[in-house]
Design a binder for this molecule. Structure first.
Ligand code: C2E
Ligand code: CA
Ligand code: CA
Ligand code: CA
Length: 280
């Protein structure tokens, strides 16, 4: 039995060692991935329930790794946040979103607004986010109202006076702000009072059982009422079924995003999608 325990321990250490090596290798690769042009933005449509029309696209980063294939952000963004690579990656994402809006325009495609994710480490570590955004918009001739930044509650929780200034300058610029994963952090209400958001993204965890569970229904209804009172719109994240769509419509939620309408797609597939409408 003692041997068995020792073997398990060895196995455990070997596994930890493997994971650490893996992280270190990815961290080193991340460093070079921008100049090697290995990142790509996928876009997931956001649909207005009343009209059935696509009113926005969330940009979601992907890494075309030379040996590991397509990597999702949940694998590499946390590593990028600890190594500092998140700053150049985040800047790249903003630039790429603006470049893409320009490309669509030039092709005669009028894209709705594009939303870019800003992680907490990026927001904290970046001293001039508003300048980066302003420069990217100007460089590609994109109207500020075509761009939205998605911030999570964890970003706002750690927001200092300096960062509040940055948010205010972004607002003055005319860029839209959304609060992501709403309801998962604590004291969400105080952020709503302190920061002017255009849109509240209701976290998937409430949407998962909104068609079946009474508590989730009540929470979503409360969030929608709150948003209405504050003049913000609501979007439900991770919508996968027609039952959820029906319930969300009944609850007065403005928009939906999720696999039910479309998963995130490469930019090249978006023009075709924009012509589609949600049925019902
Ligand atoms: P998020 O901002 O909450 O993005 C929503 C995630 O849910 C995306 O995962 C999306 O593909 C997924 N999703 C959308 N609809 C459904 C659905 O109906 N069902 C299910 N099960 N999932 C759905 P993804 O693309 O893997 O991104 C994960 C997270 O990585 C994002 O969560 C965001 O926090 C972060 N992320 C993505 N792109 C960027 C980026 O450019 N910069 C930063 N800083 N973070 C990013
Ligand atoms: Ca998001
Ligand atoms: Ca989210
Ligand atoms: Ca989420």
């Amino acid at each position: 039995a003692k041997d068995e325990g020792r073997n398990q321990f060895r196995f455990h250490m070997a596994e930890l060692d493997r994971q650490l090596r893996e992280r270190m290798m990815l961290a080193a690769d991340l460093h070079l991935a921008i100049e090697r042009q290995e990142f790509e933005l996928y876009y997931q449509p956001q649909v207005e329930l009343e009209s059935g029309r696509i009113v926005g696209l969330e940009a979601l980063i992907r890494w075309n790794h030379p040996t590991r294939g397509l990597l999702l952000p949940t694998v590499f963004i946390p590593i990028a946040e600890t190594t500092g690579s998140i700053l150049p990656i985040g800047k790249w994402a903003i630039e790429q979103a603006c470049r893409q809006i320009r490309l669509w325009r030039d092709q005669g495609v009028v894209p709705p607004l594009v939303a870019v994710n800003i992680s907490a480490a990026q927001f904290k570590g970046e001293s001039d986010l508003d300048r980066i955004v302003a420069n990217s918009l100007a460089r590609f001739g994109v109207a500020p109202c075509a761009l939205e930044l998605e911030l999570t509650e964890s970003v706002l929780m750690e927001t200092t006076q300096k960062h509040k200034g940055s948010l205010e300058r972004l607002r003055q610029l005319g860029v839209r702000l959304a609060i992501d994963d709403f309801g998962t952090g604590y004291s969400s209400m105080s952020y709503l009072r302190r920061f002017p958001f255009d849109r509240i993204k209701i976290d998937k965890s409430f949407i998962d059982d909104v068609a079946t569970q009474n508590e989730s229904i009540k929470i979503v209804r409360a969030i929608v009422t709150l948003a209405e009172g504050l003049g913000m719109s609501t979007i439900a994240e991770g919508v996968e079924s027609a039952d959820q769509v029906d319930k969300l419509r009944e609850l007065g939620c403005d928009q939906i995003q999720g696999f039910f309408f479309s998963n995130p797609r490469p930019a090249g597939e978006i023009a075709g999608l924009l012509a589609q409408k949600l049925e019902g």
